[in-house]
Design a protein around this ligand. Sequence first.
Ligand code: NAD
Length: 517
Amino acid sequence: MSRPPALTDALLTALRGRVCASTSDTYTTTEVFTGGELAALPASSVADVHTAYERAAHAQRDWAALPLPERLGVFHRFHELLLAERETLADLLQAETGKARRDAFEELCEPALVTSHYLRAAGRLLRPRRRRGLLPGAITVVELRQPKGVVGVISPWNYPFALALGDLVPALVAGNAVVLKPDSRTALSPLFGAELLYRAGLPADLLQVVLGDGPTIGGAVVDTCDYIGFTGSSRTGALIAARAGERLVGCSLELGGKNPMIVLDDADLAATARTAVRGCFANAGQLCLALERVYVPDAVFDRFAEAFVEETGRLRLGAGYRYGPDLGSLTSGQALKTVSEHVDDARAKGATVLAGGRPRPDLGPYFYEPTVLTDVTPDMLCHRAETFGPVVSLYPYATVDEAVSLANDTEYGLNASVVGRDPVRARRVAARLRTGTVNVNDGYAAAFGSTDAPMGGMGASGLGRRHGAEGLLRYTEVQTVATQRFDLVTPPRWLPYGAFSRAMATTLRLMKKLHLR
Ligand code: NAD
């Protein structure tokens, strides 16, 4: 077995103990840098998912009854532990995903930012709100936020820690329990997240982790939980929405993207090339927000392409549990196959490969060079389909209208970037893009890191939002409690209904005039 330094026997035993699994079935995960075996983990059955749900539901009743400040105490301690244990976490993340250590550090910042945001904002967002009653003075109304119950969180392999913990922390803060089903290939880091939450004082059983095949174990989570927070592909997202819909259970879906960058004609080309390189190749392009299409004005296309290729050439690829390499490995043989297919297909159909374009087995089994393409045409796979790897296509455009229309010509609508010296003009272009986030003068981190603002996708990129008010309130049911102090809406017995309706019509007119209703 190839093990990162922090994965001691004691830690592995503790992490295995966090899985809700009753049988002796196990499966083995891969250390991505070498392709060797990493860890044997317990596999859950469908019956285990039901057990996980029951245990979680039981624990949730007491949790929801705790005053919010007491619940929040756990997350203050969790935030501290998260930052203190960052090197252990980075080891686990690198081992199971093959990402560069800087990407692992960036990943753990997401749950830290989400946690500190909701520590500040939860009181304001969850408190009861007075609403205007039907008749002022006669009826008082308060809007309450009740937890959903047990939230099922289903998360993917590319950011296995951030997308599990970043989505389950607000669910817990809102008074829910959680059943988490991470991708089983990358389960060590989310299990470590569960371990840290329990170390921080999370009550027993409140967070359950189940591991196993997506359709079977993930399907059982969708069939049992009271709400589903899903992150993954658009194809699976549609299946989950339909399955949740059959039970009339709500879901939020954070799905794929084919994210564009528009370079405006006043952009600083050297600075834009640097921004674009990070936006395209962070996490070896295995980032839902990564830029896969860059639109550049005709007049500066060649100069930009040259600067971009030069910046790309500066990226250092490499394996190892240390800071240094800018880019790590792809996470699996499947990812490498898709990336190779997209590039080979584009090359065969006439695209020009300006940089990269080949695997790097000398560095590890799944490494692929950061790749820059031009002359990409609609018949090529990488034109519309999400590559989800270190591959970007550069396209020239004549007018901003054309660039906007090309950028919007996709079924996806997750993230976009607009770069230009004049921020007012760039923001005007941003508002014309059909994506859930737009980063002006950045690729993705400006919007994704701003956890006070919602983040998510339009079109095939999803339903609902994480972060912001929406990211917490999606895990709540809104309940209206209206208290009638005296009855003004039922006509007295002695009054004919015709006379009552005339009086009510006059009252309604008057209240509108006085802005009371
Ligand atoms: P995927 O849909 O194959 O799997 C995601 C999760 O769903 C895994 O845990 C998997 O086991 C589970 N799953 C699979 N089939 C299921 C089913 N039928 N029922 C229930 N659960 C099931 O996605 P993936 O390939 O692991 O992840 C990559 C995709 O995720 C890319 O498209 C990427 O853009 C997207 N993604 C989106 C975001 C976002 O925030 N919008 C973030 C990261 C990744």
